[in-house]
Every structure is written in C-alpha cells, then in structure tokens.
Design a protein around this ligand. Structure first.
Ligand code: F6P
Length: 328
C-alpha cells in the first residue's frame, strides 16, 4: 500500500550531468501517475533557501528527455552548510507543504540531504547524477555513459590528426579524483596508455610503455590522463617531460573540460533516469526515506544514503587488465 504523501519536491545539485532532465521528467510523471503534486526547486539548495519553487505538471516536462543540463538549474550552496540556511530551507518546505525531497546529484548533494534529514527528520531520496560515476551503491551514475561516449567521439577525432602528423597526444578528461571516465573511454578509444589516480604508473614506466609502442611500429599515440591522476605532473608538464626524453615524438595536449558534461543523454542514461525516478517516488510513497536509488546488475536498488556517501567506488580491476593487454 503506497503511503499518501500529497506533495514531493525535486531538485538538482552539484555538477550537472546529461540525464538529469530525464530524471526530473520521470519524478514529475510518477508523481502525476500517483496523483501527487510535484514541486520543482530551482538552483539546488540555494533555491530551497530562497523558496524558488514552481509546481510541475506532467506536461511541464514535455520534450526534455533528450536534453542535456538541468531545467531546474544547479548550484553549489555554501549557505546550506549553516544551521540558519538549513532552518530557512526547512521552513520554506513546510510553508509550501512539501513533505519529501528527491535530490538528483552527487555525494556532496547527498551529504546536504543527510544533514537535512538528521536535523529535521525530513524524508529524502537520492538519485545519483554525476558524470564521474564515483558513487558507492550503483554500477552507473546518470551522465557517465553519455560522458564516456562524448570522450570516445572526441578522441577518435584527435586520433585522425595524431596519425596524420605522427604525434603523441595527452588527452585530459574529467572525473574529479577517480579514473572511471579515463579508463572506460581510454579502452573504448584504443588509447596506448591510460593514467588514472587508482594506479601509480610512474614516469619511467610511462616512457617504457611509449618506447615499446614506438618500437612495435606505432607512429602516433594517445595517452588518456584522468584529471585526478597522481603521476606528479600535469598534462603540460608531461608533454615537456616526454619531449625531453623521447626526441622521436612531437607531443600535443588536449584538455577536454566541460564539454564532457553536456550533450544529449544517451539512450542508456535516459532509460536509467526513467527507472530511477519511478523508484525514488514510489519509495517515498511507501513511507521509506534516506536511501539512494542505484542500479546493480541491472536491478534498480536502494542503498542507505549514509552508506552511499561514505562508501568508495572501486576501479574495475578486470577492465584495468584488459586495458593493459590492449596496449600490447
Ligand atoms: O563532478 C563532476 C565534475 O565535472 C568533475 O568531473 C569535475 O572535476 C568538476 O565537476 C568540475 O567542477 P566545476 O563544474 O565546478 O568546474
């Protein structure tokens, strides 16, 4: 029996990710399906503090499933770290009659939800939305699949010019302090080397690997570098270092940056978002809260929010081995 909550709020917080709009759409449509009002909260926790609310009907989320970014906008909000800010937010929710909150974001956003739940015993549910795929309790976060496809597409283009000019390219990708984007997109794009924070390759082994590639007849190379990599040099310093130690290579750098956060979400991300939105709303209606919705072995699951925030997402060791073998 689904508990009769009559009004649910939804917000997006932290770095935006493709698929967030599909998740908003699913939350709104599931609320409408259960005859529950859904209120959009703009600009994340900032909008919560400023009562920047708008009721969203099933029609209000027409034609957004295929769009990147977030129609509710997002923000990183310092005020929400203060008791005064949290109290203001709580008062606004009560005044608006919102009885539960769906937070679409990363672990930082879930931390905010947790604090809020503890302070006011207010029901919250998290939907993991970040391109980094760095959240415990789910195989995939919204936006990750789209981001790695974007990166592969760009590296394929870089490979054209690298092979035309017999050049080595260092391509820096996002991921904050994890290497999931670098590893998956690196394997998918056939990179000769992949540098990730979870593995300390070291400068000497990088040179050995590049020399081996060269000796085996490769005239150009792509090295994908996760922005959080700990080799001790940024991509521009790596360029100088390799040029100084491998005269045979002309080296160039491409830092992909925020393009990885944009673009139309992949079908995978749209479907995942739709599944997660339904689970989030129906979990609240069942009277449960303080969970993060996730996908594990293609099943939609619930992980206690505390565990999702505290847990660590591990690098895929089998894929790491595949990437090593592929550089033969
Ligand atoms: O968390 C998503 C992410 O894109 C990270 O990969 C990146 O390091 C960070 O956000 C960039 O943050 P900002 O958009 O504030 O520059």
């Amino acid at each position: 029996m689904l508990k009769k909550i009559s009004k649910i709020g939804v917000l997006t917080s932290g770095g935006d990710a493709p698929g967030m709009n599909a998740a908003i759409r699913s939350v709104v449509r599931t609320c409408a399906y259960h005859e529950v009002e859904c209120v959009g909260i703009y600009r994340g926790f900032e909008g919560l503090i400023e009562a920047d609310f708008k009721s969203l009907s099933a029609r209000a989320v027409n034609n957004i499933i295929h769009t990147g970014g977030t129609m509710l906008k997002s923000a990183r909000c310092q005020d929400f770290r203060t008791e005064e800010g949290q109290q203001k937010a709580y008062n606004n929710l009560k005044k608006e009659g919102i009885e539960a909150l769906v937070i679409i974001g990363g672990d930082g956003s879930f931390n905010g939800g947790l604090v809020f739940n503890k302070a006011f015993n207010f029901p919250v549910i998290g939907i993991p939305g970040t391109i980094d795929n760095d959240i415990f309790g789910t195989n995939f976060t919204l936006g990750f699949d789209t981001a790695i496809n974007t990166v592969v597409e760009v590296i394929d283009k870089i490979r054209d010019t690298a092979s035309s000019h017999k050049r080595l390219f260092f391509v820096e990708v996002m991921g904050r302090d994890v290497g999931h984007i670098a590893l998956n997109a690196g394997v998918g794009a056939g990179a000769e080397e992949i540098l990730i924070p979870e593995e300390d390759l070291g400068l000497e082994r990088l040179l050995e690997s590049l020399r081996r590639s060269k000796k085996s007849g490769k005239s150009s190379s792509i090295v994908v570098v996760a922005e959080g990599d700990k080799i001790g040099k940024n991509v521009f310093e790596l360029k100088d270092y390799v040029e100084a130690n491998m005269e045979e290579y002309e080296v160039r750098v491409s830092v992909l940056g925020h393009m990885q956060r944009g673009g139309s979400p992949s079908c995978f991300d749209r479907v995942l978002a739709s599944r997660m939105g339904v689970k989030a709303v129906e979990t609240l209606l069942e009277g449960k809260s303080n969970y993060m919705v996730g996908i594990l072995d293609n099943k939609i699951t619930l992980t206690p929010l505390e565990k999702a925030v505290k847990g660590k997402s591990e690098i895929n060791k089998e894929l790491l081995r595949v990437s090593d073998i592929m550089t033969t």
